[in-house]
Design a protein around this ligand. Structure first.
Ligand SMILES: C[S@@+](CC[C@H](N)C(=O)[O-])C[C@H]1O[C@@H](n2cnc3c(N)ncnc32)[C@H](O)[C@@H]1O
Length: 262
């Protein structure tokens, strides 16, 4: 297994050949039920869950991003089944996080607007790295009193220091992460949109920074357009991936080359 490249083999084959305890973090998103056909490619979740466990270092993490299809009036429950399969393979379910799409399209029919996917964070034992992101506390009271603005404007439009200014307290970010998605939002790399189901660059970056350190090895076994690999590279991690489609592998190579030029 050579680092900093993407292989064109099925995830199961790649993982069986990979050395034990060689990966710090996996950030990946498998095909969701039958929402997209991907040329009929399929995958074996129990084998992938077990093999990912074997190749992950003690304290390593696997982020599995997935959603259900609605079939015959019911959500399939695939996401939950996969989560339980991972737990059967020995993983701890460290956190069930939500990837919320700020601009998803309204859903037809008599259902609430579907705006999220699951991000199951599995760990091999307790996670070795937990760089928990912080964000400024924002409360309704802050907004009402305008107390968090450092400057206020008087009647003549002159900016003055707001004497009521209080620096916002930093608090832990919640486990619901929101992103704008789609063309021009998920990434600035136009070629990435040749793939129909990319997740945002920032989502991959946020997980990589949370659960790994520079120099660590980050894996994606369903590499798609290469989002995880690209962000791992930009964040100074070693990356490795596999993608079953030769067409998407070419896309990944081109996308990774773009990062060298920019
Ligand atoms: C949801 S997409 C991943 C998208 C990726 N996260 C991104 O941001 O570009 C899933 C990918 O898994 C690939 N795939 C399907 N079965 C596979 C298998 N057995 N092994 C490896 N890749 C597979 C599909 O070709 C597809 O590109």
């Amino acid at each position: 297994m050579t680092l900093n490249q993407c292989y064109n083999v099925p995830a199961e084959e790649f993982l069986r050949a990979a050395p034990s305890e060689s990966v710090h973090l996996t950030v990946t998103s498998p095909p969701y039920d039958h929402l997209r056909k991907y040329n009929g490619f399929s995958f074996d979740v129990p084998v992938i869950a077990q093999e990912l466990y074997r190749v992950t270092k003690p304290g390593g993490v696997c982020v599995w991003i997935v959603a259900d299809q609605v079939i015959d009036g019911s959500e399939t429950g695939t996401s939950f089944r996969q989560a339980l399969t991972f737990m059967d393979a020995g993983w701890k379910l460290y956190d069930t996080m939500i990837y919320k799409k700020r601009n998803s399209l309204p859903r037809a029919g008599r259902r609430y607007h579907q705006v999220f996917e699951f991000m199951f964070v599995f760990s091999k034992g307790m996670p070795r790295t937990t760089n928990i992101a912080m964000c400024p506390r924002s409360t309704t009271a802050d907004k009402r009193k305008n107390r968090t603005k450092k400057f206020s404007r008087n009647a003549n439009g002159i900016h003055r220091i707001n004497k009521n200014y209080v620096a916002k307290e930093m608090v832990k970010r919640s486990n619901i992460w929101e992103y704008y998605t789609g063309y021009g939002n998920s990434t600035k790399d136009k070629i990435a949109f040749q793939h129909p189901a990319i997740f945002p660059d920032q989502l991959a970056a946020d997980h990589i920074e949370s659960w790994s350190n520079p120099g660590d090895t980050v894996l994606d076994v369903f590499a798609g357009s290469g989002t995880t690999l690209k962000m791992a590279k930009l964040l100074g991690r070693n990356y490795i991936g596999t993608e079953i489609s030769a067409e998407y592998c070419t896309l990944i190579e081109e996308r990774l080359l773009l990062q060298q030029c920019s």
